[in-house]
Ligand binder design. Structure first.
Ligand SMILES: Cc1ncc(COP(=O)(O)O)c(C=O)c1O
Length: 367
């Protein structure tokens, strides 16, 4: 075969495909196992809300038609519920798409992006794709040191990403820390708060109220949220961003024309109507999180305080080794080598039976 004379932009050589959590189907196929439990992607273990599932099934009748490109009904419903002005929400193919749109809209070669050590890895990957320089600020107690991040801003900084709470460490920044950070930032720098896990942190009295409060006060504040976690719709791929009309306008210019499918738009609209599903999910997840953290600590593991639906766990042996051993027993967790954390793992809080399977498997491995 002759070599094709094509090559990508140089920065593409530097990037690798995103490593998702191993899927149940893949592991069952490869290891010939049944009843594999996945605690690797922070999904909602309780399935989608029945209302969202019914709306999805109803959408079958419209599959021959393109969706409404800007997802107008979903945008409006979110704006109303969050107390935001018309035009301040953009819906994407997961909040991942909004991260990408922000980088595409605002970053050029030579611009700087500030992130925290151990912050959600997609920020740096998307920033690098635009040839921006990523400035990493050392973590403080595994979390974001917002004072140091504000100090790291230079005249070249365009974006600062803050995952609040953070994946994979489960840490969060308080309302006071966030307010001081926003006051310290030049108004020309966008502060992007990725709040994928906000519903799990909301009960904490010192968690910031970003929507509508901070966004109303600081025009450079952008907030990202998702339907993938507490709403149980990770498979549909829907997330959103809230920002000033000006910023949403820029993102809309470069958004793919039909980025959110008909069933996804309709199911998310219905999911927003199902407050009791969200309440029940939160109650079960927070209860199970407490049980699981205590049980893992009982095995002698160090488990971080979590404001999310997962636990950040320090292991006595390399995370990859423990991951492989658990995999052989039909339990998938997430090693964290890509974060430079060879002896840690992220374990999603599953349902009662999944968590007990994990504990039994972990116990047998650590004995
Ligand atoms: C902090 C954080 N942001 C964004 C995402 C992406 O979410 P989505 O499914 O909406 O693309 C995730 C997914 O795990 C996440 O942990």
């Amino acid at each position: 075969m002759t070599q094709a004379l094509i090559s990508p932009r140089p920065v593409v050589w530097e990037l690798s495909p995103y490593i998702p959590g191993r899927s149940i189907a893949e592991v069952e196929r490869e290891l010939r196992l049944k009843n594999v439990v996945k605690l690797a992607s922070n999904e909602n273990p309780y399935g989608p809300s029945p209302k969202a599932a019914a709306a999805y099934r109803k959408a079958v009748k419209s599959l021959h038609l393109y969706p409404e490109g800007p997802s107008p009904l979903l945008r409006r419903s979110l704006e109303r519920r969050l107390g935001l002005p018309d035009g301040s929400v953009i819906v994407g193919n997961g909040s991942d798409e909004i991260i990408r749109l922000l980088c595409e809209a605002f970053l050029d070669s030579g611009d700087e992006v500030v992130v925290s050590q151990y912050a959600f890895i997609r920020f740096r990957q998307q920033a690098r794709l635009m040839n921006a320089d990523v400035v990493e600020v050392p973590a403080s107690g595994w979390g974001h040191d917002l004072e140091a991040m504000a100090r790291a801003v230079t005249s070249r900084t365009k974006l600062v990403f803050v995952a609040n709470p953070n994946n994979p460490t489960g840490t969060y920044n308080s309302a006071d820390e966030v307010a001081n950070f926003l006051k310290a930032l030049p108004p020309s720098v966008l502060a992007v708060f990725d709040e994928a896990y906000e519903p799990y942190a909301r009960a904490r009295s010192d968690f910031p109220i970003s929507l509508p409060r901070l966004m109303g006060e600081f025009p450079n504040c952008v907030v990202l949220r998702t339907f993938s976690k507490v709403h149980g719709l990770a498979g549909l791929r829907v997330g959103y961003g809230a920002a000033s009309l000006e910023i949403v306008g820029y993102l809309d210019r470069i958004r793919m024309p039909f980025n959110v499918s008909v069933p996804a738009q309709l199911a998310c609209l219905a999911a927003l109507e199902d407050a009791s599903y969200v309440r029940q999910t939160l109650k079960k997840t927070l209860g199970e999180r407490e049980w699981l953290a205590k049980a893992l600590r009982g095995l002698g593991l160090l488990v971080g305080e979590s404001a999310t639906n997962f636990l950040f766990v320090e292991l006595p042996r390399p995370g990859r080794e423990i991951f492989e051993q658990l995999l052989a027993l039909g339990v998938i967790i997430r090693p964290l080598d890509e974060y430079g954390l060879g002896r840690h793992a992220r374990i999603s809080v599953g349902d009662a039976s999944g968590n007990r399977r994990l504990l039994k498997a972990m116990n047998s491995i650590l004995k």
